[in-house]
Design a protein around this ligand. Structure first.
Ligand code: BEZ
Length: 230
């Protein structure tokens, strides 16, 4: 999708992501072509060498293998140069020890968006917060390059990477098993059968409840998680 197609606005859930070419700490990338067939956690951070971002990067880097096991790649971005990214990531590896994480190597690509071209395409610059620093945005993008979830956080507060992983697992589970997941759902817990679309199916659903699923009412029926824990 081109910028014209989104008219400069944030790409919304269900839309194809805007495409771009960018320099990163791992070389040039063409997005989304280089990530075909994979989920992508595309996130922005306000600036290198800042405390909250440092804790976020260490946490993401420590979880990178978990995301890879879910067929998901991490992709970072800030309005800093590649040299600044490299210097910051080296400092993290060589000097920073935080909550039991140390010697942490950030292996995922981090985009250097000095022209702000990419951050503008994704609505990562929000002038109420800052004109020169990207807010903490997260786009979860599916293997067909469609936006599936969007999270925005302010500059002052770090994200919950466990929640990003939990949501990814939930969406993958919904896609695979055509189910929905309740509040605070974790893998292994009961899932929701999509609500019936007619009076007939509503009655049928309640009448047949028992062994395979249980209904709290006609619109809220739960069944066992199709998988155990992954
Ligand atoms: C931080 O990552 O620590 C940070 C960045 C920008 C504004 C405030 C905090």
């Amino acid at each position: 999708m081109s910028e014209q197609e989104t008219n400069g606005r944030i790409p919304l859930i269900g839309e194809k992501v805007p495409s771009f070419k960018a320099e990163t700490t791992q070389g040039t990338i063409n997005f989304p072509d280089d990530f075909q067939g994979k989920w992508v956690i595309f996130f922005s951070h306000p600036a290198d060498f800042t405390p909250v971002c440092t804790t976020e990067f260490m946490t993401f880097a420590t979880m990178q293998e978990d995301f890879k096991a879910l067929n998901a790649e991490l992709l970072g971005l800030s309005i800093d140069s590649t040299y600044s990214h490299i210097a910051w990531l080296r400092t993290i590896k060589e000097k920073i020890s935080y909550k039991g994480m140390k010697d942490v190597e950030v292996m995922f690509p981090v985009i250097s968006d000095l022209t702000m071209e990419v951050s503008k395409k994704f609505g990562m610059l929000q002038p109420g917060e800052s004109n020169t620093q990207a807010v903490r945005a997260v786009f979860i993008i599916d293997p067909e390059a469609k936006v599936r979830a969007i999270l925005y956080y302010p500059l002052s507060n770090g994200r919950n990477m466990d929640e990003i992983k939990r949501l990814l697992v939930a969406m993958q589970h919904s896609d695979e098993h055509k189910i929905a997941t309740p509040a605070n759902w974790k893998l292994g817990e009961d899932v929701i059968i999509p609500p019936p679309g007619s009076c007939g199916t509503a009655k049928d659903r309640v009448d047949k409840a028992g062994q395979d699923y249980e209904c709290l009412d006609w619109f809220l029926c739960l069944k066992k998680c199709p998988h155990g824990t992954r």
